[in-house]
Design a protein around this ligand. Structure first.
Ligand code: NOJ
Ligand code: CA
Length: 684
């Protein structure tokens, strides 16, 4: 009889998942609300197990969900618990960012901490802290120093996210053994169909709720993936592993990263994502004057097109002469940097497998690193030194200090790192595992000591490190422009960037490398133009420009060969566009369809608007009421020209200038695969 009643009760709870279930009798519950009172997080002890759950506007968002750990050679830590202590705090402080998509961030939250202890031996204990903000929440575990928990190996973190609704997810798979793991195209589907996915995971509910599961302050832990269970709305934390099968090696006292749940009422409210910044410690770099947001060109796209090579020989890209040409171009066009790839020894033969032989100080004979660095500095351009490791991390770590000492002496302030390779490489570590988390932290901190900022490719995911280490500029960590260069069928579809904005970019800046003007790429081998089925940027020229505003990064590449910018009126937009912002407003957005973003230039009375669409032509009407009232502006509008479309007419671009004020609306007309880029300058 009793069990029947329980079964009936359980089905009732599931059926009414949308409404708040009455507190379970016998459960010991503590709650904490967001400053606006809309979001309430509960930590409840039920039958000796601690759970977390979330209610927003009196509707369940997360059902009571599991917490705990399993260890190697020790019993699981999740059951037989009692609450031993709790604490509360409130916080309201505004901090400034040296650079970003906003200049100031208000960190206003309420915090609850609950300590639990096993009632029987080994009587271990842990705390769970929850911080609730108006835009979401974070919770983390703290394992204090204690007699029966010293050195440990976490096999699994038992954290679950039991979503109240089978929300629609925008996801990339995390169970891909090769490739660079995060460079996949996005799929959509309900939570109940997911197997193993990366975070940030963007979820959309039927009532307009938008939620993003991710993490913050990942310092010495394994990256978290999310594992689904067939026909279940529950996602389980699934940690990337060491080669020996464990996930995290540590010693108490120990603190985990925050598990974050960003909450918004519309897609527009998802960006800018500041939650993870609020959940990272303040900056550790007192003087950040050497960390400079910039636009840059580089010896790069030519190698991806196989016009030049990274390796030595007749078509070697990184020659002193080529580098000087790219530096001259940067200086002439107000770009702050020049990237040079393929300058160092180790690219010959199969560098994907032979990365153990990369040198990070010795250049090929036709490239004079010191002379190029000096030439760049004399012209006011920063040389961006490339460090591809091909995931042979130990080789890189051995050279880190000596290489950074050399770069520092040469006045180099930015490097681009790369980790092409997979776990099959000798010494290959999971890209999101604890080893790599530690490695990237080590690189960032060592670089900071040498006055060097970092742009990472094939990186560990972004969890807000830039708050603490503002020299952590940007990273890739998704399919970038490079996929459009390689021919074959692998390019990005026209909708790709309209998804990236609401998924990957919610982790942090992305070095996507926009600005390809030669959109009808010619095959270098046959000298014939590529077809639309053959990979090439599947956008119009106006959309390439709009990407500078839409896809935020403090470093933005003018990625094409510099000769392709000659006599191109559209290049003026790249000269003008800012890379550092006071404010960001998403004016319109539908995930996978279109997005319109406005950003105000840092310290200047100037705004930019970027609008992009997928394969469909779209018109979006936006208000300019974000401009100060009563002021005159001129809009420089770079729009898709007559008949433009990504497929057969990507180059048609119309440039017009129009007076506007805050009282007006703009009708943004976009072609299939198109976009629009606008500069709004104040008329004195
Ligand atoms: C992949 C990176 O994403 C790309 O930017 C770089 O050019 C190549 N690796 C070579 O390092
Ligand atoms: Ca890459």
């Amino acid at each position: 009889m009793i069990s029947l009643r329980f079964a009936a009760l359980a089905s009732l709870v599931i059926a009414t998942a949308e409404t708040v279930a009455a507190p379970v009798v016998g459960a010991q519950t503590s709650t904490v609300a967001s400053p606006d009172g809309r979001t309430v997080v509960s930590l409840a002890l039920r039958d000796g197990r601690l759970t977390w759950s979330v209610v927003r506007d009196k509707r369940r968002v997360v059902m009571p969900s599991r917490l705990g750990f399993t260890f190697r050679n020790a019993p699981a830590l999740e059951a037989g618990l009692r609450v031993a202590d709790s604490a509360r705090a409130s916080f309201d402080e505004t901090f400034t960012l040296p650079w970003g998509e906003v200049a100031r961030v208000r960190d206003q939250h309420n915090e609850l901490r609950v300590k639990v202890i096993e009632t029987a031996p080994p009587a271990r204990e842990f705390w769970v802290s929850v911080r609730v903000f108006d835009d979401g929440l974070g919770f983390r575990y703290y394992l204090p120093d204690q007699p029966n928990l010293k050195d440990f190996e976490i096999m699994d973190e038992l954290t679950e996210f039991s979503m109240a609704e089978d929300m629609k997810a925008w996801w990339i798979p995390a169970n891909v053994p090769t490739n660079d793991r995060t460079e996949m195209l996005y799929s959509t589907g309900p939570i109940s169909k997911l197997t193993l996915v990366h975070t940030p995971l963007t979820l959309v509910g039927t009532n307009g709720l938008h939620a993003v599961i991710h993490e913050a302050d990942l310092v010495d832990y394994a990256g978290m993936h999310l594992a689904g269970r067939s026909e279940s709305r529950t996602l389980r934390a699934s940690l990337a592993r060491w080669k020996d099968g464990s996930a995290v090696k540590g010693r108490t006292p120990f603190i985990t990263p925050w598990r974050t749940l960003q909450l918004a009422d519309s897609p527009e409210q998802l960006a800018p994502q500041l939650l993870t910044l609020k959940l990272n410690p303040p900056s550790r770099i007192a003087n950040t004057s050497w960390v400079r947001p910039m636009k840059y060109d580089g010896i790069w796209w030519a190698m991806h097109l196989n016009v030049w090579t990274w390796s030595s020989g007749a078509r070697h890209g990184a020659t002193t002469e080529h580098a000087k040409q790219y530096i001259d171009f940067a200086a002439a066009n107000g770009l702050g940097g020049t990237l040079v790839e393929g300058w160092n020894r180790g690219w010959d033969g199969n560098w994907l497998l032979g990365g153990g032989s990369f040198s990070f100080t010795q250049s090929y004979p036709d490239y004079d690193l010191a002379a190029v660095a000096k030439y760049a500095n004399d012209k006011g351009v920063g040389l961006i030194v490339h460090n591809e490791t091909s995931a042979f991390v130990e080789n890189y770590e051995q050279q880190l200090d000596s290489a950074f000492t050399v770069y520092q002496k040469l006045g180099v302030h930015t490097i681009k790192t790369g980790y092409v390779g997979d776990t099959a490489n000798p010494g290959g570590h999971d890209h999101q595992g604890q080893y790599m988390v530690r490695h990237h932290r080590h690189v960032i901190e060592t670089a900071a000591k040498h006055g060097i900022a970092v742009v990472m490719h094939e990186p560990i995911k972004d969890t807000g490190e830039r708050r603490t280490w503002p020299n952590m500029l940007s990273r890739e960590g998704a399919r970038g422009q490079e996929y459009n260069a390689w021919g074959g069928e692998g390019g990005n579809p026209p909708e790709h960037e309209t998804i990236l904005f609401f998924t990957r970019l919610l982790a942090g800046p992305m070095d996507f490398t926009p600005g390809i003007f030669n959109l009808l790429i010619t095959r270098s081998e046959t000298n014939t133009p590529r077809t639309p089925n053959d990979s090439r940027p599947r956008t119009t020229l106006a959309k390439q420009l709009a990407l500078y505003v839409v896809l935020y990064s403090p470093v933005q590449m003018a990625a094409d060969l510099i000769e392709n910018y000659a006599n191109q009126p559209g290049f003026q937009f790249i000269r003008d566009v800012a890379v550092d912002w006071d404010t960001t407003r998403v004016l319109h957005g539908r995930i996978g369809d279109d997005v319109v973003v406005a950003r105000k230039t840092k310290g200047k009375d100037e705004w930019f608007i970027g609008a992009i669409t997928d394969e469909a032509a779209r018109t979006v009407d936006v208000s300019l009421n974000f401009l100060p009232k009563g002021q005159q502006y001129v809009a420089d509008i770079y729009a898709d020209g007559k008949g433009a479309n990504w497929r057969d007419n990507p180059l048609a671009l119309s440039i017009t200038h129009q007076p506007v004020t805050a009282a007006e609306r703009l009708k943004i007309v976009m072609a299939p695969g198109g976009g629009q880029a606008i500069r709004l300058r104040r008329v004195p």
